[in-house]
Design a binder for this molecule. Structure first.
Ligand SMILES: Nc1ncnc2c1ncn2[C@@H]1O[C@H](COP(=O)(O)OP(=O)(O)OP(=O)(O)O)[C@@H](O)[C@H]1O
Length: 657
């Protein structure tokens, strides 16, 4: 354990050091040439400034599109709003410059929040469409609005040699816009500083429980809501955050250009930003940094222009790909050959290199046991330990629950009670309605009028999955639903993130409390992995783990929130006998800590071995409720489920199920 923790700590320190190096490199890139005394050339300032602007906008976009999976084609519109509103506020309102910039960023954020109210209801291509329409609308708005000078731009002057914007002053020193004064190192200082601070804020969000929740949302909304994330609330938040980064980029653009033209903010800007994110690696921390530098270097080094000229000279001077066409081609090639972008591709290579050079870790114990003999021996030992269910408090009561799917009665007037510290098995033939009942219990489907659900003394009718999670209910799924790109450790951490109670501002600033909670969450997740015997796989991406281990990671994630009620949907499916036996032992150990377990399962040897109480369903209705011994004698159960040839296994039994 301590070795693992030390390795984790070392890994964290390495990541922190890398962030610091990147931030310093960004700062040096933006600031040093200006402070060296050499006047910045106009084109140099333009290149460096535009890289800073694009970086900030792309970082925000990566949170939205890369981490949360909401592809936005409208990030350029928020840059436009930030730029125009900051120019207007500097010129017209007489506000001190910091307030003028804050006003502009707030305007972008507010518009983003309004747009998110619509976008948060949607997903996938619909979000892309809505943001595309928004980008076109905003561009047209700045083309049409008299106050912003229409096509002539803003401020509306034909004399572009001097800026109409009052230069920003810091301590009496004016920050001349470099395009006009030719140098403007202080402007570059300000722009560089904003870029670095924005990058750090982006990193703080991405590398936190908040960032993990975005990636969970992107992978599977239903699963995310079962680990306490409110999908709509989180989508609204990330939309607003991305718009805020866009607004910040816009205020930087104003400082660099001083004269704004609508043509700088066409849909192409939004398209370029999403290309940068995808090229660098959507959802990867350094994706936007790499994407912005590569694409902008290609543009500013005139490499693109050279390729266009090459085509014209050697192929055809009428049929050739323009610079924009080449950028589009780059996007297509990236999506086809490098879907995880340059950073993702490099990480994959690195992992392959490391696995090749690391001795294989111990595999799970595949030693085959004589399960039948073991089960019978355990069952006989336990038969004498029948428990008195009345001594265990009820923690969940479901009454009169019915659910129809387009005329099919999947659940028919079901009753179910779970008791603290006991295992209640829910069995029945395929299609009996077990999973539907679980989904009704955890809020995936609403309960019909007349049904009641009480969970830990609270009325739970109408509560969505994330609210049911907060009551103390955790679940697993019929097929393991892990976040495949994340390590096993991060998957387990995500199970307790919603309970950490980290505020957004504290996360943004990475306050000491956040760092402490993050370390504790890691520690707790490692403990759980160790408890399930899979700690050596902590750093492996969940998607690369064998099926049985994925089930264990999912169980650890469910346990991470310290649930009072644990619902497991066919946890033994796909496990070998040895793994199933270990699972049974684990479930008994969990129940012994006071957790109520609802076990949906077809493996009768497991059910009979561990269940204190059994409910059998057929065609949506309850046909049996009692102990495991009674289940095997019940004529309806034998006819509908177990079959006449069922060999009776002795189980735990209970005195009054
Ligand atoms: N989303 C859905 N839309 C329509 N019908 C559904 C839906 N989900 C389940 N059903 C139907 O409802 C019935 C109950 O299905 P459910 O998955 O709850 O059964 P189950 O007991 O969990 O089965 P299994 O043991 O195979 O998992 C089945 O007839 C199934 O086809």
């Amino acid at each position: 354990m301590s070795d693992n923790l030390t390795a984790l700590r070392r890994d964290l320190l390495r990541r922190d050091a890398l962030v610091l190096v990147v931030a310093l490199a960004l700062a040096a890139f933006a600031i040093l040439p200006g402070l060296g005394g050499d006047p910045l050339t106009i084109s140099r300032s333009q290149s460096m400034g535009s890289i800073g602007v694009a970086l900030v906008a792309a970082c925000g976009l990566n949170l939205l599109a890369g981490h949360a999976g909401l592809i936005s084609l409208g990030q350029g519109a928020f840059v436009a709003i930030g730029a125009y509103v900051s120019a207007w506020a500097l010129l017209e309102t007489g506000l001190p410059w910091p307030l003028a910039l804050i006003l502009a960023v707030a305007a972008s954020a507010a518009v983003g929040a309004v747009l998110s109210l619509a976008a948060a209801r949607l997903s996938g291509p619909q979000v892309a469409m809505i943001t595309l329409a928004f980008a076109v609308m905003v561009h047209r708005l700045f083309v049409e609005l008299e106050i912003f000078g229409r096509l002539a731009g803003y401020p509306n002057t034909s004399n572009h040699d001097t800026s109409l914007l009052d230069p920003i002053k810091i301590g009496g020193t004016a920050l001349e816009p470099p395009l006009f004064a030719g140098t403007g190192p202080l402007v570059m200082l300000l722009v560089g500083l904003i870029a670095v601070l924005s990058f750090l804020a982006y990193r703080n969000l991405a590398e936190s429980a908040w960032g993990r929740s975005l990636r969970a949302l992107a992978t599977n909304e239903i699963v995310a809501s079962h680990i306490g994330i409110n999908p709509r609330g989180r989508k609204t938040a990330v939309f607003t955050v991305a718009a805020t980064f866009g607004g910040v980029a816009g205020t930087m653009q104003t400082q660099l250009q001083a004269h704004l033209q609508p043509e700088s903010f066409t849909f192409t800007l939004s398209l370029n930003l999403i290309i940068m994110v995808i090229l660098g690696g959507a959802g990867r921390l350094y994706g936007p940094v790499v994407g912005v530098f590569v694409l902008m270097t290609l543009e500013h080094s005139h490499a693109m222009q050279s390729i266009v000229e090459f085509q014209q000279e050697n192929l055809s001077d009428t049929w050739f790909l323009s610079e924009e066409g080449l950028t589009g081609l780059l996007l297509i090639l990236t999506l086809v050959f490098l879907p995880s972008g340059l950073v993702g591709g490099a990480q994959k290579l690195w992992r392959r290199f490391r696995t090749r050079n690391t001795p294989a870790g111990a595999q799970p114990d595949a030693e085959s046991l004589d399960i039948d003999a073991t089960v019978r021996a355990t069952a006989q030992r336990q038969a004498s330990c029948a428990i008195d269910l009345d001594e265990h408090d009820e923690v969940m009561q479901l009454r009169d629950v019915t659910h129809n799917f387009a005329g099919l009665k999947a659940v028919d007037d079901m009753q179910l009670t779970l008791r603290e510290g006991t295992i209640h098995a829910l069995v029945g033939p395929n299609g009996a309605g077990k999973t539907t009942l679980v989904n009704l219990t955890t809020g995936v489907y609403p309960l019909q009028a007349g049904a009641t659900a009480h969970i830990l003394g609270k009325h739970a009718n109408g509560l969505p999955p994330h609210a049911i999670y907060q009551l103390g209910v955790a679940r697993t799924f019929q097929t393991p639903q892990l976040f495949h790109g994340e390590s096993a450790l991060v998957n387990v951490m995500s199970g307790l993130d919603a309970k950490l109670g980290q505020s957004f501002i504290a996360t943004l600033l990475r306050l000491p409390k956040v760092r402490r909670l993050e370390a504790e969450a890691r520690h707790r997740a490692m403990e759980l992995l160790e408890r399930l015997g899979i700690e050596e796989h902590a750093g492996t991406p969940a998607g690369e783990l064998p099926y049985g281990l994925q089930r264990s990671v999912e169980l650890a994630r469910a346990l991470a929130s310290d649930p009072k009620i644990l619902i497991l949907d066919e946890p033994a499916a796909g496990l070998n006998p040895s793994e199933t036996y270990q699972l049974g032992t684990t479930l008994e150990a969990i129940a012994a800590t006071g957790v109520a377990i609802l076990l949906v399962e077809h493996d009768m040897s497991l059910v009979i071995r561990v269940a204190d109480e059994v409910t059998c369903m057929e065609r949506g209705a309850r046909i049996y409720h009692g102990d495991a011994a009674g289940l095997q004698q019940d004529q309806r159960v034998l006819a509908a489920y177990l079959g006449d040839g069922h060999v009776t296994i002795q189980g735990k039994g209970s005195r009054n199920a």
